[in-house]
Design a protein around this ligand. Sequence first.
Ligand SMILES: *[C@@H]1O[C@H](CO)[C@@H](O)[C@H](O)[C@H]1NC(C)=O
Ligand SMILES: *[C@@H]1O[C@H](CO)[C@@H](O)[C@H](O)[C@H]1NC(C)=O
Ligand SMILES: *[C@@H]1O[C@H](CO)[C@@H](O)[C@H](O)[C@H]1NC(C)=O
Ligand SMILES: *[C@@H]1O[C@H](CO)[C@@H](O)[C@H](O)[C@H]1NC(C)=O
Length: 729
Amino acid sequence: MARLSCCLACFLLLSGLAAVSQGSSIDDGLLIVTVATEETDGFRRFMRSAKKYDLDVEVHGLGVKWEGGDVATYPGGGQKVLLLRDGLKDYKLRDDLKIMFVDSYDLVFTNGAKDILERFERLQASIVFSAEGFCWPDESLASSFPTVKSNEKRYLNSGGFIGNAKEVVEMLNHLDIAPADDDQLYYTQIYLDSSLRHQWSIKLDTRSEIFQNLNGALGDVTLKFMGTHSYLYNIKTGVTPVVIHGNGPIKAEFNRLANYLVDGWTANSGCQTCKEDTITLKEVKEDDYPSVLIALFVEVPSPFIAEYFQAVTALNYPKNKIHIFIHNAVKFHEKDVTTFLEAAPESYLSVTTVSPNDNLSEDAARNWAVDECIKKNCNYLMVIDSLVQMTNPDTLKILIEQNRTVLAPMMTRVGKLWSNFWGAINQQGFYARSEDYTDIAENRRIGVWNVPYLTTVYLVHASVLPNLQQAYTSDLFDPDMAICSFLRKQGRFMFVTNRFNFGHLVDNEHFDTKHLHNELYQIFDNPYDWEKRYIHENYSKSLEDGAEISSPCPDVFWFPVYKPIFCQQLIEEMENFGQWSGGKNDDPRLAGGYENVPTVDIHMNQIGMEKHWLHFLSKYVQPLQQKVFLGYISDPPRAIMMFTVRYRPDEQPLLRPHHDSSTYTTNIALNRPEIDFEGGGCRFIRYNCSVLATRQGWMLMHPGRLTHFHEGLRVTKGTRYIMVTFVDP
Ligand SMILES: *[C@@H]1O[C@H](CO)[C@@H](O)[C@H](O)[C@H]1NC(C)=O
Ligand SMILES: *[C@@H]1O[C@H](CO)[C@@H](O)[C@H](O)[C@H]1NC(C)=O
Ligand SMILES: *[C@@H]1O[C@H](CO)[C@@H](O)[C@H](O)[C@H]1NC(C)=O
Ligand SMILES: *[C@@H]1O[C@H](CO)[C@@H](O)[C@H](O)[C@H]1NC(C)=O
C-alpha cells in the first residue's frame, strides 16, 4: 500500500472546471471519483460529460502502472479498490458528502448532481451498486443473490456505485485484496454477506434508476431526444438512467450511443460536439502549416485513377509541407504514377515510390508509410487509396482543423450505401450494420461519428503513429481491419465526418482492363465519373425548357454531347483495335454479308462497346430526340449499325449520296476540321445544305430516309473520324 500511495497521482479538478461550471456538485454534496491510469480517448469523453453536467471528479491513479490485469477479458481490477482505499481515506468523516465511484473509459453521465442525489435518496440505502444480468466473475454465486422481478437485473456490477462517504470508506477497507484480485468479487462478497449488507444498507440498482450497464441490455434501452438534450430510456423499467456504462464486449455499440449522449447530437440541434476541440489554420502562415505525409496506395486496378491523382495534385495545401509516399502494386498503373509525379516536379518535401517490381505486400507497404512518417517527423499521416475521388480540394485542411486523432472524410459510392466506414462490428470483428448507418451514409444525420472501422481515406495524428508500427500486419485480418482492430484494442477512437462533401468512391468490382482506354467502358459501373469525364458540359442545356437548339439544315439538329477527351480516346481505341473494314460491298460482319453503301469503319461490337453505346443512346440521345422530333417515342432506341468511320484522301475520301437504314441517324464528329483534316462534311441534297464546320463532340441528328438523302463530302487532307448510329432501322 505504501508503495502505491507514494506515487499516487490525484487531481482534484475543481479549479479546472470552475471556469465553465455553473455550479459545483461538491456544493450539492456529491463527489465523483474514478480510477484511470491513462488519459485515453474514453477518459476524455467521460471528463467531457462530467464537465457538461457540472460534476466534480477526482481522478485516482493517473500515471500509475496498471497492475489490475486485462479486465476486458479476465477477472482483475483489485488495484482500483486499493487506489480508492488510499485516495478516499480522508473522506470518512464527511457526513455531508455522497461519493459516487464510476469507471471512466467506457462511461458517460447524462445528467447532473441534483438528479443523481434525488434518485439515490429515493432508493433509501447507504450504498447502491449498479446491477447487470450476468454473474461475474464467479457464476456459482448466482443463486446467492436475492431474486428480482423479471424486468430487473439481479447481479452486482462494480463499475458504478454511490454511497454515504462514511460507509463507502469503511467498505473499501473491509477485506484484504491484491492488485490482480477481482474488484467485482470483492464487492460481491461484501454484498452477499447479509449482515454486512444490512449493516451498511447496501442495495443494487436493479431497475437502472441511476446506473445503466449496457452489456446484455442493449435491447432494454432506446435513445431519446428532448430539444437539445439526449438520453437513454429503459423500456423495461420505464426509467431514464443517468450513468451510462458500456461494460463488457460491446464497446463499439456504446461508442455509437455515446455519439448522441451528453447532448452530442440531437434531432433538433444536430451535432453539438462537432465544433468542440477544433483548431483553425486561418491565422497560420503557410510556412508554419503542419507537415503531412500523404500515402497513396494503388493496390488494385482502379478506374479513373487519373482523376484520383489529379485530386491529390489539386489539394489546397502547400506542397512544401507534403511528403509523398506511393505504393503501386499494379503494373498497368505505372504510367499514371509517372504522370502524377511529373505534374508537380520537385515541389514536394520528399517523394518515396514503391513500384510493382518491388513486390511488396500491402500490409508491409502500409507499415512502411507509418515508419516513413515517423522518420520524416511528420505531423500527420494521410492515407488515400486509389479508389478515392477526392473532389473537395480542402479535404486535408478540414480534417486537420477537426482535430481528432484518427479521422476519415466520409465517402460512399455515388448513390450507394457502400462507404469507407462501418457503423458496427460483429463479435468476430467483421461488418455489421448499425441502426443509424443509412442515416449517416445518406447524410440525413450530419456529424463527426465515433465508429469501429474505417478504411480507404483517413488522417492520423502523428502522436499515435509510434503505437502503430507493424499494426497493418495480422494473421486474421486484411490490413485495414488489422489496424482498426488494433486501434480499438488500444481504446483509440476512430471518427468519420460527413460535415462536408469530400468526394466519393469508385466501384472497381468489375473493372475490365483489357482495353486501351478502360474508362470509356465505365458507363455502367461508375456512371457519375464516366459522365463527369466524358459528357460535354453543355449537354444538359439542350434539355432545358425553351433551349435554343441549333439546326444547320432543315430538320438537322446539332447538340454538344461529348468532351474532346471522349472523341480522342474513342479514336485511339479504334486505331488500337485497328481492324478497319475494306470499304467493300461484301461485309462478313453483317447478317446479309452485303453493304450497299460501304465505308471504312469499325463496329462498336468489334471493340466490345455495343451495350455501352446502346445505354448511351437511351440515357443521353433519346431525351434529345424527344426535344426535336416531337411525338416520336423510341424507348429504348434500337440500333444494329453503330460504327466509327474513317475518311482520308488515300483510302476512302467520301461517301456517295445515300439514305440510311434508320428512322433517325446520329453522327458525332470525333475530330476537328481545318486542324486534323481538310474538306469533309455532310451535304443534304434535297436542301442543297452542307454542314462543313463540324464541331468535335457535337452530334448531328437527322431523319434517315426519304427527305434526308445525303453524302459525305471529300476529305482532301488528313483523317476525318465520325461516329455514326442508325437508330430504329
Ligand atoms: C513476390 O513475393 C511473393 C511472396 O511475398 C513471392 O511468393 C513471389 O515469388 C515474389 N515474386 C517475385 C517476382 O519476386
Ligand atoms: C487538438 O488541439 C489541441 C489544442 O490545439 C492539441 O493540443 C491537440 O493535440 C489536438 N488534438 C488532435 C487529436 O489533433
Ligand atoms: C458552354 O456554354 C457556355 C455558354 O453558352 C459557353 O460559354 C461555354 O464555352 C460552353 N462550353 C463549352 C465547353 O463549349
Ligand atoms: C447549292 O449551293 C451552293 C452553295 O451554297 C451553290 O453554289 C449551288 O449553286 C447550289 N446548287 C443548287 C442546285 O441550288
